[in-house]
Ligand binder design. Structure first.
Ligand code: GLC
Length: 543
């Protein structure tokens, strides 16, 4: 499958969890004007595209992923004029805007659902998924999602409605062509506002098993789901139904026809294997241009062996295709928290930065990742903001921990708000913030900037092929290569110093371009290379 080169092939993306980025009006919630005020920072960081999490009118049960009006900006986030200014101001700085589009479900306060719920005879009844109870009154099947059951009973009309996520997020019925038409119009609306692409939320959840068969029960969840779910069943009939694919083909066709620049469609898909990911590109680039690849983020511990296995798999099964590199996002603990401990979290943050920005693929930086921010989960039930944290407390504390406000400076509330922040600020903000790190040449922030610059300067990091080197248990090694240059990347994933031997490069001694340990910069690479604990190094090999 041949993919044309597009702007996004070489771009670095940055995810803005808007609620936590920058508040401009003192209500404790980040907003569009706050983001506009921080565009210079993002430009200076060197990223190319911003994925902005939902800012549409919403009751905020799922903080905007429950939409009550898809084409209106929620007053908490600003106005449509603010959004238009964001697009203009971003454009002036060569930053592209990607919006988050939620097509699988709406809020239960959306006028369409209110109408659908009104009566069994409502003309909108079949816009959602309604089912009779079982003869004993129980839900139609065993499906679980965010809630212990995906079905909620409506007393008035005596049927259950389906919602994979919260009770307040009823699923739309994508088997109804009118729903499809309405949802495509929403995509058009935002694309007509000048955005460069759409991040499609939960896009492999659109349709379910028409026979409503029970999901199989399992003792333990498979690795690929552990970041996002807590249920004890395999969601084979709720997620990733094959009928999603023709819908995505239809969507791409619609968007391509109506927007000749063929805007970027990034899809959120949690699937078990790279073969599954592959299917979302379509047979002839006729579905998503960029299905998310989350498989790296599911590796349970910092292990050169486990990461090597994943990369090997990507190289074999996603060869020639653009793929994403994601270590953190707003739905699961940050990578610093998953792989680090407090005493080594900064070293690991730099190591992971080296990984994120040197792999073959399109990197997604989650806000604050460039500071090495770590999770701060709720300590007490009454602090919990994300309802999921209440549903299964205390085994699972919800997603608040990875959504703490951005740490801008050492002032009150880390410079995030002049009001009361919607959720607590991480206690390390006095030293972990943009202002302090900006002044320190060895900070994580400045290391990110150097890496991003290196990616700009070195075509092999943007376009080169990737070859895994060796099978070391502690050190993950690979090269990135174009006809003109070859870079060697070494990541010591262990707390021990390591003498890594490089017999295959004996006659190609090179120079370290960048290391997480700055005293190594410009050092020459010999046949053996001493690596410090958790060191990441990038070396240029001689031709
Ligand atoms: C996606 C979002 C998540 C949200 C869910 C329901 O997984 O990333 O934050 O809760 O969809 O919209």
């Amino acid at each position: 499958m041949e993919h044309q080169s597009n702007w996004w092939h070489e771009a670095i993306f940055y995810e803005i969890y808007l609620r936590s980025f920058q508040d401009s009006n003192g209500d404790g919630i980040g907003d569009l004007r706050g983001l506009i005020d921080r565009l210079d920072y993002l430009q200076d960081l060197g990223v190319d595209a911003l994925w902005v999490c939902p800012f549409y009118e919403s009751p905020h049960v799922d903080f905007g992923y429950d939409i009550s009006n898809h084409t209106a900006v929620d007053p908490r986030y600003g106005t449509l004029a603010d959004f238009q200014e964001l697009v203009r101001e971003a454009d002036r700085r060569n930053l592209k805007i990607i919006v988050d589009i939620i097509l699988n479900h709406t809020s239960d306060e959306h006028p369409l659902f209110i109408e659908s719920r009104r009566s069994r005879n409502s003309p909108k009844r079949d816009w959602y998924i309604w089912q009779d109870p079982k003869p004993d009154g129980s839900p139609p099947n065993n499906w679980e999602g965010f809630e212990p059951s995906c079905w909620t009973y409506d007393e008035e009309t005596q049927q259950y409605y389906y919602h994979f996520h919260y009770i307040q997020q009823p699923d739309l019925n994508w088997r109804n062509p009118k729903v499809i038409e309405e949802m495509f119009a929403i995509c058009d609306f935002w694309l007509n506002q000048g955005v460069a692409g759409l991040r499609l939320d939960a896009i492999n959840y659109l349709v379910e098993d028409p026979e409503l068969r029970d999901n199989p029960i399992v003792e333990e969840l498979p690795e690929y789901l552990r970041n996002i779910f807590q249920f004890n069943q395999l969601p084979v009939h709720t997620i990733n139904h094959p009928d999603n694919h023709p819908l995505l083909q239809q969507m791409r066709q619609h968007i391509k026809t109506n927007h000749p620049q063929d805007p970027l469609l990034i899809g959120e898909i949690w699937v078990p294997t790279t073969q599954d990911i592959r299917e979302f590109y379509g047979q002839e680039d006729n579905e998503l241009q960029l299905p998310f690849n989350f498989l790296l983020s599911t590796v349970p511990s910092l292990s050169a062996v486990a990461f090597r296995e994943k990369i090997q798999d990507f190289e074999e099964n996603l060869a020639g295709l653009p793929t994403t590199v994601v270590l953190s996002n707003h739905d699961f603990p940050r990578s610093t928290t998953r792989y680090g401990t407090p005493d080594r979290s900064d070293r690991i943050a730099k190591l992971l930065a080296t990984f994120l920005l040197t792999l073959r693929g399109i990197p997604f930086i989650y806000y604050g990742e460039e500071l090495g921010m770590v999770d701060t989960p709720p300590d007490r039930l009454d602090e919990v903001q994300d309802p999921r944290g209440r549903l299964r407390w205390p085994e699972y504390k919800g997603r608040d921990g990875c959504r703490t406000p951005m740490q801008w400076n050492e002032q009150t509330n880390a410079g995030f708000t002049e009001g009361t922040p919607w959720y607590k600020i991480a206690p390390d903000y006095l030293h972990r913030n943009v202002a302090v790190q900006g002044q320190d040449p060895d900070s994580i922030l400045n290391y990110y900037k150097q890496l991003i610059q290196l990616r700009r300067d070195r075509p092999s990091l943007r376009q080169g092929t990737l070859t895994l080197i060796g099978k070391d248990e502690q050190v993950l090694a690979y090269t990135r290569q174009t006809d003109e240059e070859q870079l060697l990347i070494l990541l010591n994933m262990s707390p021990q110093s390591k003498s890594f031997s490089l017999p295959e490069f004996a006659d190609r001694l090179g120079q370290i371009l960048l290391s997480t340990h700055p005293e190594k910069d410009s050092a020459m690479v010999g046949e053996t290379l001493p690596l410090m604990p958790f060191e990441g190094a990038i070396a240029l090999l001689q031709h």
